[in-house]
Write a protein that binds this ligand. Structure first.
Ligand SMILES: *Cc1c(COP(=O)(O)O)cnc(C)c1O
Length: 227
């Protein structure tokens, strides 16, 4: 079913938006099946799990880190990660920069915003983002490149609320573009939309949708993972 699911969803994601297959908690065979269907962008939220999967799967996969990232785990992903979606502090960005430098890389990153009405989600607000991007410490970094924003909407059936939150994230992207990245064509991404709301996210301008359970089926969180 994974191939059918992937192809069905892919057909509803118009370019230039891209579909990330969120494979967290799923076994290698499931990722292999999505790969055979043509998937090349995979999303994981644990550094050690991503490392193990990266070692077992083809080299042409783009690995997207979408979870909360601890600074002491960056070393497990720094040599190959394509995009870190979850930068929520200058401290984390500096730590990524340091690990990227060790590999002679520039790592693409997104600023994660708190757009949901729930308290529990990670993320910056606009004042924090402006302070980060305006700081000399940020400007000194040579091994990270911020290419856009990421957010998660409230987990709710109220799709008008979800739509408003996505619209807010797009406004954040547009404002930051104007204020900090006007001369920088690379700053353009909006990572938003999951299985339950990715179609609304696309209508509101998402460029990266992160779809897990609609491709791979429900996750079993009882499987222990290393980190
Ligand atoms: C798990 C996860 C997803 C995918 O969620 P589904 O509802 O299974 O599509 C997307 N984004 C993030 C940040 C996630 O942790």
């Amino acid at each position: 079913m994974i191939k059918e699911n992937y192809n069905k969803i892919l057909a509803t994601v118009p370019a230039p938006a891209r579909l990330i297959a969120v494979s967290k908690t799923k076994p290698i065979e499931d990722l292999q099946e999505a790969y055979e269907a043509g998937a090349r962008l995979f999303g994981e939220n644990k550094a050690l799990e991503m490392r193990d999967k990266h070692q077992s799967l083809p080299e042409d996969i783009e690995w997207h880190f979408i979870g909360h990232l601890q600074t002491n785990k960056i070393k497990y992903i720094a040599s190959y990660v394509s995009l870190i979606h979850s930068i929520d502090s200058l401290n984390l960005l500096q730590a990524v920069d340091k690990e990227a430098a060790k590999h002679g890389r520039v790592i693409d990153c997104l600023l994660q915003f708190h757009i949901a009405s729930e308290e529990t989600k990670f993320g910056l607000d606009m004042d924090e983002a402006r302070a980060l991007l305006g700081s000399e410490d940020y400007k000194a970094l040579q091994h990270v490149r911020i290419v856009g924003v990421m957010g998660m909407a409230t987990n709710t059936d109220d799709m008008e609320l979800v739509r408003r939150e996505f619209r807010t994230l797009r406004q954040y992207r547009d404002e930051l573009k104007e204020q900090f990245f006007a001369q920088n064509a690379d700053f353009k991404e909006i990572s938003m939309g999951m299985s339950g709301d990715y179609q609304i996210a696309l209508e509101e301008g998402s460029t990266l949708v992160r779809v897990g359970s609609s491709i791979f089926g429900a996750r079993n969180y009882n499987i222990p993972v290393n980190d």
